[in-house]
Design a binder for this molecule. Sequence first.
Ligand code: ZN
Ligand code: ZN
Ligand code: FE
Length: 653
Amino acid sequence: MARSYDLRRDLSICADCIREFTDVDDRRHRFPFIQCGDCGPSFALGPTKEEPSCQACLAEFRNSTGRRFGFSKIACPDCGPVLRLVSHAGLAEGETALTRAASLLHEGGIVVVKATAGFHLAVDACNEEAVRRLRTRKQRPHKPFAVMARDLEWVERVAYLGAEERALLLGPERPILLLPRRGEALAPSVAPGLSDLGLFLPSSALQLLLMEAGPPLQVMTSANLSGAPTARDDDEALRILQQVGDALLHFNRPIENHADDSVFRASARGAIPIRRSRALVPRAILLPFEAPPLLAVGGQEKNTVCVAEGRRAFLSQHIGDLEGEAAWARFVEDIERLKEFAGIEPAAVAHDLHPDYRSTRYALECGLPRVAVQHHHAHAAALLAEHGWRSDEPAMAVVFDGTGLGDDQGLWGGEFLLANFDGYQRLGHLRPLALPGGSAAIRNPWRLALAALIDAELPPEAFFPESSRSASILAERLRRGDDFPRSSGAGRWFDAASALLGVRLQVSYDGQAPAELESIASKDPVDPYPFDLRFDQIFQIDLRPTVRALAADLSEGGSPALLAARFHETMARAIETGCLHLRASSGASAVALGGGCFQNRLLLERATARLEAIGLRVLSAREVPQNDGGLSLGQAAIAARRLAREIAASSKR
Ligand code: ZN
Ligand code: ZN
Ligand code: FE
């Protein structure tokens, strides 16, 4: 009895298994690897076909009325994996391994823990010293850690949540959910500078045991070596143990398919998908039309790939930043695994326009016919695909992200498009901002603040009083009009605003400056700042008046919370203004909000409210992230239509 694609997901332990697990008379009482045909890891374990080795399990395997009939991942204390702890105190097994791991955690130790589809680093989330030690050893100064809570009650002690959030946390996917924080119970270093906390509940019996015996709130962050993807093999985990951990809690069952935890963010408009991975893959996404067999290779960061054929598109798990060699190897491997899993042999490959993305280079070298897709068109198409857009009419699309390559070789990222799967028209964009120092500007938002001030003809000295030599040299070069790259990326404007308000001048992870700006923003209704709308061939939202007003408020000692809120409101208003123009020139009534900036809850909520108030239907991400993690789906949908047209044209000839 083959499990359908949908049931191949790595779902959390089911109610029936919990019942056995807690029953003192059951042979799987407290067995860390209990699962059945309705639950537990499946995709992670790969296709296992052998019959179970022990008699009791074999009987269940053959019992046509039971939950484990034909279930090849059957395991019990007699035949299943064994829990082991490696630490300075030597090797421990079974219950001893568990109790030792738990007491290490209580003492502030860092434990590498094997999970369903990868490894975590666990530490007591209420122990500031321990969390700091983890940050130092992992060389991860600020990027937030997710926290696993023993149960819903413990989640509620540290975060605010409603009925919808509760259901999502308890659902069989058990994703990480970013929730507004409450109280001071957690160590400050868990998520410094952020108003949200990433929380999730145990999804396996092993995690239930560890959360019960160990601290009730534990940092559970992906275990990886700096720059590499999350560890999948025991030897990778051992190296992490040497560099970061105090102990390794693992078991003898290999992980075939890795998957990081899936992440959503709570919002008044429904949960925002941030990362679609464990338990959501390999669920197929239904395309609104038929696709020839094809592969789409995604972007450079937050990479995922997609294979599609017919109406079905299979989006891979999160692969991540393709820069490092380990991630690159995994990218190549995951493509092969996904093709095999889906039974699809691609006849074409879709890729980004950017020639330097490693995914693009893969596409260029793989020998298949190629379809190049513009970055922001792909963002828009991913949303249209997710919402089953069937019309040939274009929808409006506002795509706000960091940077992507435009079809004019420019750096785009604050785009107003009319788009469907067949094409797009760029009707407007945000005013481009100079990136002084290129990639250095992205790591140093203060450089963008400087660029924005000089662009608005304001003296930067007022905002950078003890400005360093490099700042004054840079200011001089900007004034001279030196040839820095320019980007219309909305993310860069958020970076500039964050630095201007003194919230974040330098970043250690992607999206840090906007996230901290959003975190301090007042949630009360505020007025937007002014901006201009200029027309050339297409329209430009000119944010110089915004910068001037913000700078004036700042020098009058305005509260950063209020100013941050007003900046968000300005961007929401700019989106509304742009959409009014898109509607006037197209008659379209639906608008897709794509790009990583819409992970910003405040921006998404305010923009949506404004757009709905002018009678537009807003399409925002529900399951597929609107960040670069969704690009491959958009690429696949666009390529499918382009190939279908080519096939039709050649058959007419
Ligand atoms: Zn079960
Ligand atoms: Zn057995
Ligand atoms: Fe993007």
